[in-house]
Design a protein. Structure first.
Length: 129
């Protein structure tokens, strides 16, 4: 079932690839290149899922997920951390901060859409929003 997905990513090549893969699979996407803008888009648009880089300008991914989880406007949707800087303990730190999942970059185009779709709610709100 098609979903509405926000991608918060400051690397234009990574944003372009994720957008292309998800839209090719039938999903609607928005892109934001910094954490502050991404938080604003998430609160205004109410996507079904958010993919968020951890290293972002203006507001890092941890600040984004904290702001979303603390907002009364935010409905509980999955927020997936994506990062190129994967050290031991990073997955646990991201999950403890409020992320629902953790992926490392570079993404694998062959499996990316399936991995993202595994986090989607059973009935995304796409058609009734």
């Amino acid at each position: 079932m098609p979903a509405r997905i926000l991608i918060i990513e400051d690397d234009s090549a990574s944003l372009e690839l994720a957008t292309y893969l998800l839209e090719s699979a039938g999903h609607t996407t928005w892109g934001a290149s910094d954490g502050e803008n991404g938080t604003q888009v998430a609160l205004e648009e109410g996507p079904d899922l958010v993919i968020c880089d951890l290293q972002l300008p203006r507001m890092d991914g941890y600040a984004v997920v904290r702001a979303l989880r603390a907002s009364s406007k935010w409905r509980q949707v999955p927020v997936i951390a994506v990062t190129a800087f994967s050290m031991p303990g990073d997955r646990e730190k991201a999950l403890d901060a409020g992320f629902d999942g953790f992926m490392t970059k570079p993404i694998t185009p062959e499996t990316f859409v399936q991995e993202i779709e595994s986090f989607l709610p059973a009935n995304p709100q796409s058609s009734d929003s």
